[in-house]
Write a protein that binds this ligand. Structure first.
Ligand code: FAD
Length: 758
């Protein structure tokens, strides 16, 4: 929680708020920003840090109250607390890295418009603190919208004010003022930095070009998440797609397509407005009820059927699809297990759960023993029982599978995991403390498993998480209808907290502090990096930046982490009437099944055939049952937009499969002349994710491969002594259980490493 220590009304709907955030205050640099989430149901809002006060560990934010979320932020009183403040995020302004001698020989002009006045302030303050002269132009429609005038006067003698109506300073806009300074006063600038409304930055950029002056602008207003995980802030910079929050927020203005940026900004404004209008109607029509139970008669060699919500009912609610086994069903299914002497299922499990042993206990009705055993072997049984691709792992190796259904190991794991949570079965045996500290970066399955294992060995473990919730993909990616957050993910994490593992949210390693800080300043003996692969990929086809094109990460995060589909949660969401999801993995199925629950007609476009679909078999089956149309052997070529910049169709080609490629799957090739247009008003890109570059670009000597994955050996040791890594950040996007396996191996390796160092 982050205490508000000062609040001041600066002008019309504009407030200054000073907030206690000592870690951010220590590391923030000019040009960086934070994400503020006022309370549990609030949206994540990016705000530039306009000042810091180190002795008190406070940061100053200036907020223009324009929408539901910003109005909520400014409604908080002094003494109140914000739920989350994350940062500092984004790159600092480039000029602060230039040699002072060079800056002294140059002349900089800073132009601020409207709420852009606040982010320009720290840039000018930095100049003043370094004894550098610069010019500052600030403008607004009228004097009541201006603020910080006195503060600016204290740090610069060259402040020029422009108002459209002439109510303060020069009558005209900031570009007129710039022209006047250059043409009439003979000013020569080496660089202009402009921050403000997109339209203002566009015109400053055009003017700068006309005057032959390089211009930099800040696209901070495009940001949504701030850590690079949603891709909503993507922009075309010189023809390349960049993410504002990771590559920016400042960019060379001459390379920006401002019209496209303005369209993208409009996307959620429009949604917020529409949401307000529809609120009442939604409330009246809101209906949620769990319906019939699907029960089919099965042949004797089949597993005990599992009860599920009926497809026609579940496709309009977010409640869990599968009800799982009750005690009787679990015992009955457990009885099918042959308790093999040489159990292949254990070999098929990346964390080597003693499967026949826990199933034997279930068979005997000794649920407590089964629970103790499984909790020793895995940190997240209730999660894995729900989301692991068992058909290619443990169940894929079960001998019963040769002639019938393999034992439903996943459903039994889920049963006993849930039972152990309800009955508070201790997750570990007592341990002796080792007096050594390990930091874990990221709270996904890899980080949680490593933390649990190390804690059980006696280490002091702290998990640092960039988001405001713990769990990684388990909370932001996988939807509630597959993996309930409050009833399953949170209690699973609680069992790890109860062991004494410390958890810190809102800490972005590589920004709030670096891996080197963890080792040198905070004296950790080892670091385990488990930051996942949460950076969405795009196809780089025409039309990908139209309004209505989103990454699956963005779409799912809005719904799962920020509950945009729920009443009282403020994060806006956009859902088309005809949604097309591009991709065929679990992520694509989750996005498609989420969209159908939001009322859309949904198509999945996948370039290979059904056989190659990488998603779990159960998800494909469920998606089909729910009415999702699969356009297989189909590939998008370009996305079509209407005159307002919104998606109105997608041109596709049909494919056929030829020889296998390096992945062993048959390579899809285009059938000539097969082009057709799919009618769609929303495209969700779900074609994979890559590692976020934040950590490796800020850690000296950490080797990465050409995919940006950290290079680590089979136990997770990296090129940096004492730094280990595992999960998706090493393997690239994979599975929960593989990430857990990597966390478990790394814990052992860290233990060995620390023992040797004693
Ligand atoms: P993650 O789960 O990605 O966790 C990484 C964590 O690190 C995140 O919380 C992130 O915020 C944090 N982080 C990142 N950078 C920083 C930083 N700089 N500082 C601090 N913290 C940071 N797998 C399955 O087995 N079955 C499924 O059904 C399945 N469905 C999926 C559905 C979706 C929508 C997605 C996206 C993935 C799915 N997967 C599934 C894949 C699986 O979830 C991942 O392979 C797994 O979560 C990887 O675990 P991890 O711990 O390596 O990373």
């Amino acid at each position: 929680m982050y205490k508000i220590v000062k609040k001041e009304e600066l002008g019309q709907d504009t407030y200054l708020m000073e907030v206690e955030a000592p870690k951010i205050a220590q590391s923030v640099l000019p040009g960086q920003f934070v994400i503020v989430k006022a309370n549990e149901t609030a949206e994540r809002i990016p705000l530039t840090v306009s000042d810091t006060f180190l002795p008190d560990g406070t940061i100053t934010l200036v907020i223009k109250a324009i929408g539901i979320s910003t109005r909520k932020i400014v409604s908080y009183p002094v003494g109140g607390f914000f739920h989350d403040v994350v940062g500092p995020l984004g790159n600092p302004s480039a000029f602060i890295h230039r040699p002072i001698g060079m800056l002294r020989r140059s002349r900089y002009c800073f132009i601020a418009g409207g709420v852009g006045i606040a982010p320009v302030f720290p840039l000018v303050k930095w100049m003043s603190q370094h004894g550098l002269e610069c010019d500052v132009i600030i403008g607004a429609r009228n004097a009541s919208l201006l603020f910080y005038i006195e503060q600016f006067r204290k740090i610069t003698n060259n402040l020029y004010i422009a108002t459209d109506d002439g109510s303060m300073g020069f009558k005209g806009n900031v570009t007129d003022m710039l022209t006047k300074l250059v043409k009439e006063k003979g000013r020569r600038y080496d660089e202009i930095t402009a921050i403000g409304p997109m339209i203002m930055m566009k015109f400053v950029s055009l003017k700068a070009k006309e005057l032959g002056i390089p211009c930099v602008v800040s696209l901070n207003s495009l940001m949504v998440d701030g850590t690079g995980m949603c891709g909503a802030c993507r922009v075309q910079i010189g023809g390349q797609t960049k993410f504002t929050c990771v590559d920016g927020p400042e960019f060379d203005a001459s390379l920006i397509n401002f019209d496209e940026c303005m369209h993208r900004q409009a996307m959620y404004d429009h949604v917020e407005g529409r949401k307000l209008l529809e609120e009442e109607e939604l409330r009246e029509n809101h209906q949620c009820h769990i319906g019939g139970i699907a029960h089919e008669a099965l042949p004797p060699k089949s597993r005990v059927p599992v009860r599920e919500q009926a497809p026609e009912v579940r496709r309009s609610n977010f409640r869990e699809v599968c009800f799982g086994y009750n005690a009787e069903e679990a015992v009955e299914e457990a009885r099918r297990c042959l308790t093999c002497k040489n159990p292949q299922c254990v070999n098929g499990c990346p964390v080597h759960i003693r499967i026949p042993d826990f199933i034997s206990h279930i068979k005997d009705g000794q649920f407590d023993k089964a629970a103790e055993l499984i909790r020793e072997d895995t940190a997240l049984p209730s999660v894995c029982g729900r989301v692991c691709p068992q058909e290619i792992q443990c169940e894929g190796k079960c001998v019963l599978g040769r002639k019938g259904d393999p034992v439903a190991i996943g459903k039994l794991e889920r049963f006993i995991g849930d039972w152990s949570m309800k009955n508070h079965v201790a997750a570990h045996k007592p341990f002796e403390r080792k007096g050594k500290k390990v930091a874990v970066v990221g709270s996904g399955p890899a980080g949680l498993t490593c933390a649990k294992e190390l804690r059980c060995m006696g280490y002091d473990v702290t998990v640092y998480e960039a988001l405001h919730e713990f769990g990684g993909v388990l909370v932001y990616g996988i939807p509630e209808f597959r993996l309930p957050k409050k009833d399953i993910v949170k209690p699973e994490i609680e069992t790890i907290k109860n062991l004494g593992v410390r958890f810190e949210s809102d800490v972005v390693i590589g920004r709030t502090m670096s891996v080197d800080d963890l080792m040198n300043k905070w004296c950790y003996d080892a670091v385990f990096i488990a930051s996942g692969a949460g950076f969405p990929n795009f196809m780089n086809i025409e039309g990908e930046n139209l309004c209505g094109v989103v990454s699956a990460n963005e779409f799912l995060t809005r719904n799962n982490l920020l509950f945009s589909y729920k009443e009282h949660y403020e994060t806006p969401n956009f859902v088309g009437k005809k949604v097309t999801v591009v991709g065929g993995g679990n992520v694509a199925m989750d996005a498609a099944r989420t969209a159908i629950r939001l009322g859309a007609e949904v198509h999945i476009v996948y370039r290979r055939s059904e056989e190659e679909l990488p998603a779990r078999r159960e998800e494909v089956h469920h998606a089909k049952e729910e009415g999702i149309d699969f356009q297989l052997l189909t590939n998008p070529v370009r996305i079509l937009g209407d005159e307002k910049g919104w998606v109105c169709g997608m041109e596709c080609v049909r494919m056929e499969l030829s020889e296998p490629d390096e992945s062993g799957r048959r390579r899809p090739v285009v059938i000539p002349g097969s082009e057709f247009v799919l009618d769609t008003d929303m495209v969700i890109m779900s074609i994979g994710t890559s590692p976020n570059p934040l950590i490796y670009t800020t850690t000296q000597g950490l080797d990465v491969n050409h995919h940006g994955c950290i290079v680590a050996d089979e136990v997770g040791a990296t090129s940096r002594e004492g730094v280990f890594a595992g999960g998706d950040i090493v393997s690239g996007a994979a599975t929960v259980i593989l990430a857990m396996g990597a966390g478990k191996s790394a814990a052992k390796a860290i233990d060995e490493y620390l023992r040797k160092r004693q």
